[in-house]
Design a protein around this ligand. Structure first.
Ligand code: PMP
Length: 376
């Protein structure tokens, strides 16, 4: 293992921003329960209120629409568990949407995404028309940008279709903030989900954004926190770190564009070193930090392990299943052939990624997957 590491797995978890760390340390020193009426409690409450404003401002929501939770997984579960009779869901959603949607007893209509990685809008229209005609209490769920391919989904058009059929829309926007502008008010969604650790906040905290006037039952009950929409004493430090990270992202200009240039340079280097490599979703609109690369004939698992040994952290498939490298369900849902799904790795950059990181990646890639490696 080399001493210097190159971390290119920001879609799994981005490094903690120093501002978030500082806010968390300060919050840890603010004692008291935020629901207590004494000065200590009010001080802890004020920390949460500030963070609520910071998160709301980043994504164009009202502070009253922000419900803090233990992460995007919980927030997605909360939406899926709201008693739907039918759920129309894109087949490329994260497992924290698909698994509860499959388990909640609603009729599930999985909407295909073609090989380009974009959910099929005519299929969305069809599914909504059928569900609405049946009179079933229906939800539509379409993510903002896919975590594996980075492909941006046609959420505005999906919102328009949902509105036509009187169906509420849920958007998993976890990979959005910091990578593309997110505006809850303009998007036309009823519920939207974000996660702190994808934007440089801490792990284990996220938010469910619920449009004012929309009534979603709480998943976690018992206590009046978050206006009864998510009970339990709040993770004050985590929320403070989330807020500080959100405030920093909101202030940043030009970062996403700089990262996209680096990502494109990385892909050009990969294609030169590995002429058979396929950039999945490469022709679709993508967030600029993500690259999903398949090298037919190679195993994704081996590529990830060998890159790790060279000091470079990348991933294959979502990292959420106990560190296992398993089948890539997103790519399978796109109908891609097995030599692609089994050989695809994801490289995801963050605001701290430098030209040196790209050079380190390409040097390692040349060794692991380049012409000499293939001949060996
Ligand atoms: N949705 C998407 C699109 C994600 O990428 C992730 C994280 N891998 C999640 C949901 C789950 O987020 P959290 O880690 O906050 O539970």
């Amino acid at each position: 293992m080399t001493a210097t590491r190159t971390y290119l797995d920001c879609n799994a978890s981005a490094p903690l921003r120093p501002a978030a760390r500082a806010a968390m340390l300060a919050a840890h020193d603010a004692i008291g329960n935020p629901s207590s009426v004494h000065a200590e409690g009010r001080r802890a409450r004020a920390i949460i209120d500030t963070a609520r404003e910071q998160v709301a401002a980043l994504i164009g929501a009202k502070p009253s629409e922000v419900v803090f939770a233990s992460g995007a997984t919980e927030a997605n579960n909360c939406v899926m568990a709201a008693g739907w009779e039918a759920i129309c869901v894109s087949a490329i959603e994260h497992d924290s949407v698909l698994a509860p949607a499959r388990a909640c007893g609603a009729r599930l209509i999985e909407l295909p995404a073609g090989a380009g990685g974009i959910v099929d809008l005519p299929a969305v229209a069809d599914a909504l028309a059928h569900a609405a005609a049946s009179g079933a209490r229906t939800l539509l769920s379409v993510m903002l940008a896919n975590n594996e391919t980075g492909v941006i989904q046609p959420v505005a058009q999906a919102a328009e279709l949902a509105r036509m059929h009187g169906v509420p829309l849920h958007v998993d926007a976890v990979q959005g903030p910091g990578r593309l502008p997110v505006n809850f008010a303009e998007l036309g969604a009823d519920a939207l989900v974000v996660s702190a650790h994808k934007l440089g906040g801490p792990r284990g905290v996220g938010a469910l954004i619920v449009r004012d006037g929309v009534n979603l039952p709480a998943l976690i009950r018992g206590g009046g926190q978050e206006r009864r929409r998510r009970c339990g004493t709040e993770n004050v430090a985590g929320i403070a770190g989330f807020g500080a990270a959100a405030a920093e992202v909101a202030r940043e200009t030009g970062v996403a564009a700089r990262i996209e240039v680096l990502r494109d340079r990385l892909e050009a280097g990969v294609t030169a070193a590995t002429p058979g490599a396929v950039i999945i979703g490469g022709n679709a609109p993508r967030i600029g930090n993500t690259s999903c690369i398949a090298v037919p004939g190679k195993s994704a698992e081996t590529l990830v392990i060998r890159m790790d040994l060279e000091g470079v952290a990348i991933s294959a498939g979502a990292a959420c299943s106990s560190g296992k490298v398993g089948a890539n369900s997103v790519l399978e849902a796109m109908g891609l052939p097995i030599d692609i799904t089994h050989s695809a790795v994801r490289v995801s950059l963050g605001p701290e990624t430098s030209e040196d990181d790209i050079a380190a990646f390409l040097a390692a890639w040349e060794k692991v997957a380049g012409g000499a490696a293939l001949a060996a």
